[in-house]
Ligand binder design. Structure first.
Ligand code: DX5
Ligand code: ZN
Length: 226
């Protein structure tokens, strides 16, 4: 099922409550929350306190993307703050199997992300354990970058594998997604679509959510899968 996941990183930080209400009213599914530590990625965003205060305002599914080193140190805090899903980067987790189990034990969904230059092969033995895979389509750290087209091939390969294995895997694509390329991402096999600047940077934020859903839905209906 198609899920639209606006990324808060591009929102007006002085008006978060209002910005989240706009996407929720327009029918967004997820709120994508980018947590950055200035170590794993060269930028710092926000932490659990923001997640907690938005939790009181919103019923959206909170999709927490942890771009931080030693992410396991913060799992309990983010779950307490209201996360519905925690996503770790494979590049930060030498004991990925244990890390994924730790997330599940906290009663939330577990996802794993990889950077554009990281091979899908790294995930081969953890795929049956995760609810979602996030494929980065830009190098993580900043919003507003251009999608790296080669990542679409990786999306396609992962969707083919999921179909072959009979897994109902959610595949999230994150970075540089907008109205001009969302159909390509869906055709390749992504069903969770993150968009920061394309939504929060639009003149009409609510309309941007609706347009993105329409484009994605249409592409999904036109894509044949076995
Ligand atoms: C980048 C983040 C993204 C970012 C996407 O490191 O993971 O979620 O907010 O922003 P856009 O859609 O502007 O590329
Ligand atoms: Zn993200």
């Amino acid at each position: 099922m198609i899920k639209i996941a606006p990324s808060l990183l591009a929102a007006d930080m002085g008006n978060l409550r209002q910005q989240v209400a706009l996407i929720e009213e327009a029918g967004a599914d997820y709120l994508h929350l980018d947590i950055m530590d200035g170590h794993f990625v060269p930028n710092i965003s926000y932490g659990p306190a923001i997640v907690q205060s938005l939790r009181k305002e919103s019923r959206l599914f909170f999709d927490v993307h942890l771009m931080i080193e030693k992410p396991e140190q913060y799992f309990a805090e983010f779950v307490k703050a209201g996360a519905d899903l925690l996503c770790v980067h494979a590049e930060t987790c030498p004991h990925l199997h244990r890390t994924i189990q730790n997330i599940k034990e906290l009663g939330v969904k577990a996802a794993v992300a990889i950077n554009p230059a990281t091979s899908l092969g790294l995930l081969e033995d953890i795929l049956p354990e995760v609810d979602m895979v996030l494929l980065m389509s830009v190098n993580p750290g900043f919003g507003g970058q251009k999608m790296i087209p080669n990542v679409l091939k990786k999306v396609k390969r992962l969707r083919q594998l999921a179909i072959l294995e009979g897994w109902e895997l959610d595949i999230e694509i994150d970075g540089g997604i907008g109205l001009e390329n969302v159909a390509q991402a869906v055709e390749a096999g992504a069903n969770v679509l993150v968009a920061g600047s394309a939504i929060f940077g639009a003149a009409d934020i609510g309309n941007a959510v609706k347009e993105m859903r329409e484009k994605a839905q249409q592409a999904n209906e036109l894509t044949w899968r076995p």
